[in-house]
Ligand binder design. Structure first.
Ligand SMILES: Nc1ncnc2c1ncn2[C@@H]1O[C@H](COP(=O)(O)OP(=O)(O)O)[C@@H](O)[C@H]1O
Ligand SMILES: [Mg+2]
Length: 508
């Protein structure tokens, strides 16, 4: 499937502003297909055969730049025609329209199709020149009388097609070309030049009912129906499409898109396309309330964890063995670090938390646990603060707690620790990320102290402490990351622990 601009570049001599005009036409022409109940094809003259000096043939060739099918009727073209060529002989109406600059409508047998198509060929004018032909193709009505809806839609299409032929459609201006006009599906209202409703489709009547309009709408103005007229006024005043959302209570929301129908000099009417977006709005509200719900649950989990911590603390006070007490206190800290994550998630919208929002309270918690230290310790947090998903934040919070606690427990204690002077110990947590490592977006957390360093012959693999085995399990198994523990590279005393963890969990 080729894009319009690709086909135009390869096959035509159209300049960028012409291509832009055609692109904006195509962005908005679903409405035209729906109103006309026909397939639309956009033709431009094919210049590729004449390039390179050899005038290959005298008959003009046309190339299909774009195609759209109606949602209100069956398509004549199940296949994709974009990029295909047709000669002037095969497409006489398109050719006549292009050469004369007149809109031409007739029934013709389109090559390779056995049935007659009713074709209306509309010249596409831009800057006073014909730059293409819009062909609207459907089955002939065969003398059948049109119903009210068909008549009204075809009437609106007639206005829009005329606007295409004089360069008034697509509308010039600043509107985002990617913002498509709504399709006819949910309802159409046609206003006359006097602003009174000439026709409203059954779906439009239903939408108006939901907005509380229960009176006969034909013949009334928007204002008389109790609806906000601003959207109509804006579209006719500015000769540009306008959009508004009409609502009733909190349950009904209808998007109204107003397209002015421009006559030779004045606005001859307004085409209103309605779309009921109540369900969309309800979903929006539901998502918001779901989000508050999730936050509320994080809050409760945090409270429960705090209760568990309190119970353990009470129990710690009752045991006499210092070893047992210490073990319970470690558990209290681990639970506390999980509570930190839930606390943060209860304040944030969504499942993501910035790293520093977790690291800061954990540092504070470890600082508080420093009971009568042999040497005071200061903590610093530097570097980035990548966003962590809740899945990653909880184990990483536990890991950070263990590493910080180890600096307090081991780096500044014991026979090797210097007690000279009152030089405090310095522990710095450095965060780098997100960084791309092994093809995965990762975070690198380094905990560096200037303490006594690792014991002689220490190795992570053979270490039997509970803290580092928790760290190892979480980092290597759960987070699929890696961990390294070394002396300081700068020849100074101390330890550096580096943890590297992917930010995204694998989904499988
Ligand atoms: N920052 C550090 N400085 C010096 N030694 C450390 C440091 N971190 C860990 N260690 C050494 O690693 C050992 C294992 O730590 P860990 O698994 O947390 O168990 P625990 O803290 O209960 O002793 C510690 O006993 C200590 O000898
Ligand atoms: Mg430890």
């Amino acid at each position: 499937m080729y894009s319009l601009s690709e086909v135009a570049r390869v096959h035509t001599d159209l300049g960028p502003t012409d291509i832009d005009h055609l692109q904006r036409l195509v962005a908005n022409w679903g409405l035209l297909a729906d109103l006309s109940f026909t397939d639309l094809l956009l033709f431009a003259t094919d210049a590729s055969a004449h390039r390179g000096g050899t005038a290959a043939s005298s008959t003009r060739q046309y190339v299909v730049l774009a195609q759209v099918r109606p949602t209100t009727s069956q398509t004549l073209y199940p296949s994709d025609l974009v990029g295909s060529l047709a000669s002037a002989v095969e497409r006489p109406l398109v050719d006549r329209c292009y050469r004369s600059g007149e809109t031409i409508g007739a029934d013709e047998i389109v090559a390779e199709e056995e049935v007659a198509h009713s074709v209306r060929a509309v010249p596409v004018r831009h800057g006073g020149r014909i730059i293409g032909v819009l062909a609207s193709e459907g089955l002939p009505s065969g003398g059948r009388r049109h119903g009210e809806l068909e008549t009204a839609y075809l009437n609106a299409f007639g206005h829009l097609a005329r606007m295409v032929s004089v360069g008034d459609f697509p509308f010039p201006g600043t509107e985002d070309p990617l913002k498509e006009l709504p399709r006819v599906g949910d309802g159409v209202i046609l206003l006359g030049a006097d602003g009174r409703v000439q026709y409203s489709s059954p779906n439009a009547v239903s939408a108006l009912h939901r907005l509380g309009v229960v009176v006969q709408v034909e013949g009334a103005t928007f204002g008389q129906l109790g609806l906000d007229e601003a959207v109509v006024r804006n579209s006719t005043g500015q000769r540009q499409p306008a959009t508004a959302e009409l609502s009733r209570g909190t349950h009904t929301n209808v998007l109204v898109h107003a397209v002015p129908l421009l006559g030779r000099s004045a606005v001859v009417g307004v085409l209103l396309v309605l779309r009921d977006i109540s369900d969309l709005r309800r979903l929006d509200r539901l998502l918001v309330s779901k989000d508050t719900h999730i936050r509320e649950i994080h809050h409760r989990v945090k409270n429960n964890l705090q209760t568990i911590s309190s119970l353990l603390r009470i129990q710690a006070r009752r045991v006499s063995s210092p070893e047992a007490r210490e073990a319970i206190e470690e558990s209290v800290r681990r639970i506390g670090s999980i509570a930190v994550v839930h606390e943060t998630l209860s304040r944030e919208a969504g499942d993501d938390v910035p790293f520093s929002d977790i690291a800061r309270p954990i540092i504070r918690m470890v600082e508080e646990s420093l009971v009568s230290p042999e040497r005071p310790v200061r903590f610093g947090l530097v570097g980035d603060s990548p966003t962590l998903h809740a899945d990653v934040a909880t184990p990483l919070a536990l890991v950070l707690t263990e590493l910080l606690q180890n600096t307090v427990d081991h780096a500044y204690r014991g026979p090797a620790a210097s007690t000279e002077g009152d030089d405090p110990g310095q522990v710095v947590v450095t965060v780098t990320g997100p960084v791309e490592l092994n093809g995965r977006s990762s975070v690198v957390v380094e905990v560096r102290d200037d303490g006594v360093g690792l014991p002689e012959g220490f190795s992570l693999e053979t270490s039997t402490g509970l803290g580092l085995s928790i760290v190892g399990t979480l980092v290597c198994n759960e987070l699929e990351g890696s961990i390294a523990m070394t002396g300081r590279p700068d020849e100074q005393a101390g330890t550096v622990v580096t943890v590297t963890v992917p930010l995204e969990r694998r989904t499988d």
